[in-house]
Design a protein around this ligand. Structure first.
Ligand code: AMP
Ligand code: ZN
Length: 474
């Protein structure tokens, strides 16, 4: 299918409406997502954002687009400097450690790599150039502390994304810290003059000795890799103000052009009703959960399976349910590998058409994953019923397998399913224990083990060639 034939709709924060998605280039999407601040391990709330972005990218690719995806690494800001000083480690070494950890975690969660991962510290000249443009156009000025600030009152569209009213802005008041609240909208730092608190973190530039503010990096790096106007910009809702509002102000004032066509924001992952965040101490890192023995695929599924614009609570029950859902998908794939029954052509054609429409229309509708998954699990149930009745030919099973693998290109939770993996280790041990019991003519024990295997979804049969086993549907 050509991308043109699709009708993807996305909720654009700029207009607070679902809009038909039309990229600037016919077949190519240019997308920027705010990446991690590499001052600590990312928590699974952060990964909710990165997984939503991964799902969006995979869906665009499924519909035939090529996606150029840029994700920045914030490796110099208030938090990274504080962290490196606390550990008495040079900034670069400190952030490198967490950047590496981030890539390892992203791989464990099967997040597709971005096309570029620019680091702030490697783009200081681009940021300086952009700030100089803003100064020359009258949007930026030097404060008495020698830092360079953005004059929000000069940019008439300030507030277009977060919808804060200009009268609420304290014009002329200045803020130097990277993060601040909506109520404190004011002139923000583009370039922070060096102070002793910064230690050895500084660059000698035409703007003086100092370091960049947080917001300027995303303007400079997104435009460098994606052009002055690009299609999609994502981030968590907490980034909408001030970070994204300031990105728009910086970029549009400098170029005189629209910066981004579609702004997408994911809602937060919560713990007992409160946003998961480092500052509240209520967070789990991926590593915490893996150490507890949880399956990264189940974590991925859990974080993906609620619509991105809805908040949801992280619970261990939810994680167990996610594991169950993945097992159901994986078991079906295994059963398909062995299927060799009579044909149900007409029924299969109908079911395939239904799930393709159901899944596709739901995902096109602003990534409505819950409806898409419901369509998928209806399909899984129907196919399991046909398999139970031995009413799926080898060819049809292959067709269903290919279709499921296609959906998994989007979901990324099944992966490769091999026949030799089909028997779990505990089950293999139980089968050999049962063999022992049978040899010893302990029929009672053999039967008990058979029941135990059945409870695990494994049916066994004693044949002249030995024991044969089959995985039942979950
Ligand atoms: P940071 O490393 O703090 O810059 O955050 C990286 C991404 O995670 C940003 O897009 C944030 O908006 C997002 N984020 C932070 N906390 C949460 C949360 N609890 N749930 C979902 N996304 C979050
Ligand atoms: Zn950003």
């Amino acid at each position: 299918m050509t991308p043109l034939a699709t009708s993807i709709c996305l909720f654009n924060t700029l207009t607070r409406q679902k809009e038909k998605f039309t990229p600037i280039d016919e077949c190519q999407v240019r997308m920027y997502t705010c990446g991690p601040t590499v001052y600590d391990y990312a928590h699974i709330g952060n990964f909710r954002a990165f997984l939503f972005e991964d799902l969006l990218k995979r869906w665009l690719e499924y519909r035939g687009f090529t996606v150029t995806h840029v994700m920045n690494l914030t490796d110099v800001d208030d938090k990274t400097i504080k962290g490196s000083q606390k550990q008495q480690t040079p900034l670069r070494q400190y952030t490198e450690y967490y950047a590496k950890a981030f890539f390892e975690d992203a791989t464990a969660l099967n997040i597709k790599p971005a096309s570029h991962y620019p680091r702030a510290t490697e783009h200081i000249p681009e940021m300086v150039t952009l700030i100089k443009t803003l100064i020359s156009k009258g949007y930026a000025y030097k404060g008495e502390d020698d830092s360079t600030y953005y004059a929000i009152s000069k940019f008439k569209n300030y507030g277009q994304l977060s919808k804060i009213k200009i009268r609420n802005l304290k014009t002329g008041a200045r803020v130097k810290v990277d993060e601040y609240a909506k109520e404190e909208a004011q002139d923000f730092a583009l370039w922070k003059a060096w102070t002793t608190e910064d230690g050895d973190v500084c660059w000698e530039t035409e703007l003086g000795k100092g370091r960049p503010g947080w917001h300027i990096e995303c303007s400079a790096m997104s435009m460098k890799y994606l052009g002055e106007t690009f299609d999609i910009h994502c981030g968590g809702v907490d980034n909408m103000f001030p970070h994204h509002e300031n990105e728009i102000a910086q970029s549009e004032a400098a170029t005189g052009k629209r910066f981004v066509n579609y702004w997408l924001h994911n809602e937060h992952l919560l713990v007992e009703g409160k946003r998961m965040a480092k500052r509240y101490g209520n967070f789990y890192t991926l590593r915490d959960l893996l150490k507890m023995g949880h399956d990264p695929k189940a974590i991925r599924y859990l974080l993906l399976s609620t619509h991105y614009r809805q908040q949801f609570n992280f619970t261990f029950e939810g994680l167990e349910a996610a594991k169950g859902a993945i097992d159901r998908l994986t078991n079906l794939m295994r059963r398909l590998l062995d299927a060799d029954g009579k044909s149900s052509k007409e029924k299969i054609d109908q079911l395939i058409a239904k799930v393709q429409t159901g899944f596709g229309e739901a995902m096109d509708d602003d990534l409505n994953i819950s409806v898409a998954l419901a369509a998928l699990f209806d399909f899984v149930r129907e196919i399991n019923n046909l398999l139970d009745a031995n009413a799926l030919s080898k060819k049809e099973a292959k067709e269903v397998y290919t279709l499921m693998a296609g959906f998994d290109k989007v979901l990324g939770v099944i992966g490769e399913v091999k026949r030799e993996e089909t028997l779990p280790k505990e089950a293999a041990e139980l089968i050999s224990q049962r063999e022992e019991a049978r040899k010893a003519k302990d029929w009672k024990a053999a039967d008990a083990i058979r029941q135990q295997l059945k409870a695990m979804g494994i049916v066994i049969e004693d044949t002249a060639q030995g024991v044969r086993w089959k995985i039942e549907k979950a």
